[in-house]
Design a protein. Sequence first.
Length: 194
Amino acid sequence: MGGKPQSSGQSGLLRWGSWLYLGLAIAAILWLGLRDGAISLSLFLKPESWLQDLGLGLGTAALMLGTWQLGVKLLPAARRLEELVGETLGSPGAGDIVVLALLSGFAEELFFRGAVQSQWGPVPATVLFGLLHMGPGREFRLWTLFALVAGALFAGLTLWRGTLLAPVVAHVVVNLVGLSRMRRSVQGSIREGA
């Protein structure tokens, strides 16, 4: 994907991420299917309100991305975290980023908000979501904190709207823009170093 050859680490990251998100989606489908017998389309959207939910998702994503951008400008820890995540990602192709953003946004919302939150409530779903976003070292504490806030926002959207459309849209857009920014930053660093 993405048009350029990738290192094995990059394709490994996409493969690892794909398996992780596929596993989360399958777990959520089994959980919901066994509990409810069927998964209704209304879990994902309501025909009468899908446009509002889409707008709320995009607005939430804009708020989250703006907050993160402000944090990057003001907090050295946020800049360092972006560097670390960017180094981990390497320079994946644009197609890889789109796939990761779509898979992660959909699978995580289906699992955490669709299955966990509907069974145990928003607090356990948010805490588990934050725990999934823990990383090695002190630098990743900020990422975990951001994930907890994001999880609370996604939980609130799900409770308010009664569907997953708004949180899925917000999650996919945040991941897509964030990963794309880090990719451009890494590529810029590579060009500067050459």
